[in-house]
Design a protein around this ligand. Structure first.
Ligand code: MG
Ligand code: MG
Length: 255
């Protein structure tokens, strides 16, 4: 079922989104060569705690997962695409890191992700992050009343294709509201003019995940959570929670 939110609910979701943005900023600030993924999780946890927000990631166990998720962020490094579990791994020079974070504040959720490099970046990684950012921007630009969910995926897919990047077909964006994952599903490839109609008050998490190797295959790691590329190529993942409004897309997960 798809829930259309009131304007008052959108304003509360904006505050939840702001907490997510601040947590991601704290992670970005804490990240560096030699810093562990667990320490990044602690940085995000401190922001959520201070804001009085709950983590929708902590303890989350979807059907595919073997264990409840143990952290408030996902940390996906290099060939990891999404759902990476924070471990004692310490970041190295040249790593590409994607961090996904959620927060629930006053009963409403926000969800966003960033990708960045550590130390001296590989030029190809900067290109990949740039393409993922452009894919997200294109998806957000298509998130307007009168369009359909397929228009968002079509816009994202066009950017990914032009950048010769692959995308894991089974994973994409989603409706979001009182819980982190709601209908409708927002595929990262879509057919224009198809799917759920977009209207004022619909809120979607839009999240392109691009794989530099160009194929769409992925494998699940031994932890049962982390998605990896099958060719060892690197991946990037950037996400915003976006409200469709009559005044245009309203990004709820900005600082
Ligand atoms: Mg997310
Ligand atoms: Mg999401």
């Amino acid at each position: 079922m798809v829930e259309i939110k009131s304007d008052a609910a959108l304003d509360v979701m904006r505050e939840a989104g702001r907490v997510v943005a601040h947590a991601l900023a704290a992670v970005r600030e804490a990240a560096g060569i030699g810093v562990s993924l667990r320490e990044l999780d602690e940085a995000a946890r401190a922001v959520l705690d201070k804001a009085g927000a709950r983590s929708p990631f902590l303890g989350y166990q979807p059907s595919f997962a073997p264990t409840p998720f143990p952290a408030v962020i996902c940390t996906s490094v290099n060939d990891a695409v999404v759902h990476g579990v924070p471990t004692d791994y310490r970041l190295r020079d040249g790593d590409l890191v994607s961090v996904d974070c959620g927060a629930v504040l006053d009963g409403w959720a926000g969800d966003a992700a960033i990708s960045f490099t550590v130390g001296t970046p590989r030029p190809a990684d900067l290109d990949l992050i740039d393409a993922t950012r452009r894919a997200l921007d294109a998806g957000i630009a298509a998130a307007v009343p009168g369009n359909r969910v397929g228009d968002i995926g079509h816009a994202i897919g066009a950017v990914a294709r032009a950048a010769r990047c692959g995308m894991p077909a089974d994973f994409g964006g989603h409706g979001i509201g009182r819980t982190m994952h709601e209908d409708p599903h927002v595929p990262n490839r879509g057919r224009p003019g198809r799917g759920f109609p977009l209207r004022h008050g619909l809120v979607l998490a839009i999240e392109p995940m691009l794989m530099a190797g160009g194929n769409d295959d992925y494998r699940t790691g031994e932890d049962g959570w982390t998605l990896h590329t099958t060719d060892g190529s690197r991946a990037a993942h950037i996400e915003h929670t976006v409200a469709i409004t009559d005044a245009g897309p309203r990004i709820l997960t900005l600082p």
